[in-house]
Unconditional design. Sequence first.
Length: 564
Amino acid sequence: MTESGSTEGAKDFIRAQIAEDMASGRFGGKVITRLPPEPNGYPHIGHAKAFLLDYNVAVENNGHCNLRFDDTNPLKEEAEFVEAIKEDLHWIGIDWAEREYYASDYYQALYDMAVVLIKNGKAYVDDLSAEQVREYRGTLTEPGINSPFRERSVEENLDLFCRMKNGEYADGEKTLRAKIDMSAPNINLRDPVMYRIIHATHHRTGDAWCIYPTYDWAHGQSDSIEGITHSLCDLAYEDHRPLYDWFLNELGIHHPRQMEFARLVLGFTVLSKRKLRKLVEEGIVEGWDDPRLPTLRGLRRRGYTPSMIRAFIDRIGISKTHSMVDMPLLEYFAREELNKTARRVMAVLDPVKLVIDNYPENKSEELEAENNPEEPAVGSRKVLFSRELFIEREDFAEEPPPKYYRLAPGKEVRLKHAYYVTCTSFVKDPVSGKVSEIHCTYDPATRGGWSEDGRKVRGTIHWVSTDHAVDIQVRLYDRLFTRENMEETEDYITYLSPQSLTTLAGCKIEDGVLTAPGVGVQFLRQGYFCRDSAESENGTPVYNRIVALKDSWAKIEKKAEKAT
């Protein structure tokens, strides 16, 4: 296994092509890749898929992977995002050592390369507005139209480009464009913009520059400067590859190999930084770390671990075809890990009081409770039992339906780790009409939850002692959107799910089991939860549900197996 958990030697088509390059001696048998994040938001699980691919193929081939921030738009980029991206990359298991670079490191080199293209008659300064550039560009079925400024002399273009750099023109007044072919079938080759004027302070270079390279221009040349051998991109850049090649060939510089793969498409959420940024900036979610978001920061706060995310990414693999991935698959890997690692505790989310009338008043006792039946080595703990307990409201029925095995008048159930109890009566609140108190008796001979006379009960319920309970708030998270495919939906805000967050106050947890933030535990019969790393309601700990106990992905797989 690699450092990030991916299986070495797994031959998806990217790895197969790199293996061919290694065997042929292309690039001198080297593999140098790069992570190219834009510092205009926090990374999400789709970025993790791309970043882990870049990193893993380098590690698997004894190469290395650079971290290079594509900081070419000062209007959207911030130092906060740079630091967040680095922290999240380290958290997911990526180590770029000292190889941290920025496109802004190469501003002068990129400018000098642009001058070379101008001198070679391959770039020109254009006065068309952005709207006019789009209009002149043509369509997929109609060729574009040459700009009236396309035939400026080399000398005039050099002068104008220098004056652009010196700040003599307003934003949008001029651009530098490559001079390729306005009738090219590939629209990306129709004289693409290389530089635009933006009078804004850059988070690293300050006000040293007022012209900034486009991604299409900075991408390939930055790769070349760093000696990248394999430039891995998502399929959105496949049509840009001819332009990537054109720039490198015209300059006659080191030429990496660009390869494209399908990006992650995850159901019932969005993996567009533009859309995520709107959710954050308009206060629709709490922030980039909102546990409903697919950001690494949100998943981490929700309780997901790097190993869960890596296992999920390994499972979906690398392909050339976009396909929707079910969220239950990610939940499946969370459950698989937590089942082995999560400590079991008792928590009551909708409490109602249970009074054991024949248990001595003012008495409490310690009972043995296993921490994890899947891992006996982690041992057991002591839980405190007393005359008055909290149980789940749904674990009692005044008039039980058929096959109801929980508590009801005259019925006997097992209290987990404790005793058998039989319901004798209940009390209702005169105002709300809800059951406010349940009375029962216990059998002292069933300590530990087992009967000496061999009788068995069908139902087992969890509980918390009222004298020893700790108040917590619980947050139940669900899908962020009501529609599965949000990829091409621009009015995505209208599909926000009102059930994406349910907050439960007044919940109770057994004493002595409050965890550190981010540590997953299983609330018996409720699901897997972790203490929130960012929230505390007036001193009351907050627990986020990571995932429910129900494994819908396993059912999906079983149905698929039966179908075949």
